[in-house]
Design a protein around this ligand. Structure first.
Ligand code: UD1
Ligand code: MG
Length: 460
């Protein structure tokens, strides 16, 4: 059995997040390219089959829609009356077994942190554990009050604390793990008589003490306590998470010239000996082959790049595949459903969309190919355009065979097919199929009138 099987996890996400100063609900702000709340849900799910209950309030429709399909239940807290009230909402319908309470806005928590917390609780025989950590500047965190034996006696909110209590460095991270019976018994007893007129979940501690019940203080690292409350903290969290990913790449033999300015999302895989220049952004389920070089300011999204490729500066690649030893860019753009073969060349200002581009073929300059098939060893000249969009507002295909030479400034009016080995003269507008090995020229004939220029210039 895994640590989280048969557990209930309550994720608190109803707060407004006023200090974010953004119209987006706080838990939907992006961490490593996805809404903050996805990350914590995925972390929980990696630890077992817990029932996840998300308490939503501010922006509830949007948050519920975003987490729909992730296998969690959203419970609505109509008014944000405090963390105690939020957990009360989440305990309906009541659950059995152990309950873990987490904040939706603590993105630096790892699966390892959570599993340690739950294990420590399970190996004790107390009814509730509070996760704490020591902070040099405890600020607005609730303070953990212990007696002279070190037993946890209370959690005092900063706004309610005496000067003596404010000096305590051990703080409440806002994470709790308890047997559901404890919440069932004590949540209804919480009052809102405090500085904020809120129902404090933390009051459960004192209520338990009144009944002589022990509370476990579970010590964790400071990342566990790190909550996002402002754009500054969001930026710090992102920095930390991107940096961690780059550190793993470095450990696996990837060459990263400037780890601070290289952004790689969690699911990306990069082969050893690959080189990432500054300003590279790798997103989604992207795979980069071994020894591939990615020059500055490339954005690569959900794509697969083979081994020993060169992706030159400023290229943008989305939902595409590139075969080994191909060279792209600078400033190449691959739009979704493009498949580039091996040893190809896609040069500057070339845009491809839904193209199957065969091995060893080239499109070196200033070209648009859309809805096209290109065979092997074909050369697409500078300024070639597939005109795929017709007067009936439908898209049509251009099929170009293998060993074809397309002269510069050619337009293919789709649907059109060019046979293997064909030659297309520069400046052609191709409207009809061209058979194998044929030459097609489709341009106006040049007219030369000797001396006529002087009629305009007046020169003799
Ligand atoms: C709470 C703790 C404090 C702890 C801190 C750690 C209480 C009374 N205090 O502080 O001891 O140091 O967390 O971060 O619990 N939320 C709801 N509904 C509400 C109120 C809050 O869902 O009615 C959610 C928020 O969205 C947030 C979480 O609960 O995710 C914590 O709320 P927040 O206001 O940030 O924490 P504090 O109450 O300041
Ligand atoms: Mg609060």
């Amino acid at each position: 059995m895994r640590d989280f099987d048969n557990m209930t996890v309550i994720l608190l996400a109803a707060g407004q997040g006023t200090r974010m100063k953004s119209p987006l609900p706080k838990v939907l702000h992006p961490i490593s390219g996805e809404p903050m709340i996805y990350r914590i849900i995925r972390t929980i799910q990696s630890l077992g089959d817990a029932e996840i209950r998300v308490v939503v309030g501010h922006g509830k429709e949007l948050v519920s829609r975003v987490v729909d399909g992730l296998g969690v239940t959203c419970l609505i807290q109509e008014k944000q009356l405090g963390t105690g009230d939020a957990v009360r909402v989440a305990m309906e319908p009541p659950t059995d077994g152990d309950v873990l309470v987490l904040n939706g806005d603590h993105p630096l928590i790892t699966a390892d942190d959570l599993s340690k917390i739950v294990r420590e609780f399970k190996s004790s025989d107390v009814g509730m554990g509070v996760v704490t950590c020591e902070l040099g500047e405890p600020g607005s965190f609730g303070r953990i009050v212990r007696d002279s034996y070190g037993t946890v006696q209370a959690i005092v909110e900063a706004k309610d604390a005496t000067d003596v209590a404010l000096k305590i460095k051990e703080v409440n991270t806002g994470i709790y793990v308890a047997s559901s019976d404890i919440f069932k018994k004590y949540l209804p007893q919480i009052q809102s008589t405090n500085a904020q007129n809120e129902y404090y979940l933390t009051d459960v501690v004192e209520l338990m003490r009144t009944d002589q019940k022990e509370i476990l203080g579970i010590k964790a690292n400071r990342n566990v306590a790190f909550g996002v409350n402002s754009q500054m903290e969001l930026a710090m969290a992102n920095k930390e998470i991107y940096r961690k990913k780059v550190d793993t790449l470095l450990e696996n033999g990837v060459i990263v010239l400037d780890p601070e300015t290289t952004y790689v999302e969690d699911e990306v895989e990069v082969g050893s000996g690959a080189v990432l220049y500054p300003g590279v952004f790798l997103r989604g389920k992207t795979q980069i082959g071994a020894l591939t070089v990615i020059e500055p300011n490339c954005m690569i999204i959900q794509s697969t790049i083979g081994d020993s490729c060169e992706i030159k500066a400023g290229s943008y690649i989305e939902k595409s595949e590139v075969g080994e030893r191909s060279v792209l860019g600078p400033y190449a753009r691959l739009r979704p459903e493009t498949k580039i073969g091996k040893e190809c060349k896609i040069g500057n200002f070339v845009e491809l969309k839904k193209v199957d581009f065969g091995d060893k073929s080239k499109a070196s300059h200033l070209t648009y190919l859309g809805d096209a098939e290109v065979g092997e060893d074909t050369n697409i000249g500078c300024g070639t355009i597939t005109c795929n969009y017709r007067e009936d507002k439908k898209k049509y295909k251009t099929k170009i065979g293998s060993g074809v030479f397309v002269g510069s400034d050619t337009q293919f009016i789709a649907p059109v097919e060019i046979g293997d080995g064909a030659l297309i003269g520069s400046g052609s507008t191709i409207t009809k199929n061209v058979p194998k090995d044929a030459l097609a020229v489709a341009r106006g004939r040049q007219i030369v009138k000797e001396g006529w220029a002087t009629r305009f210039t007046g020169k003799k």
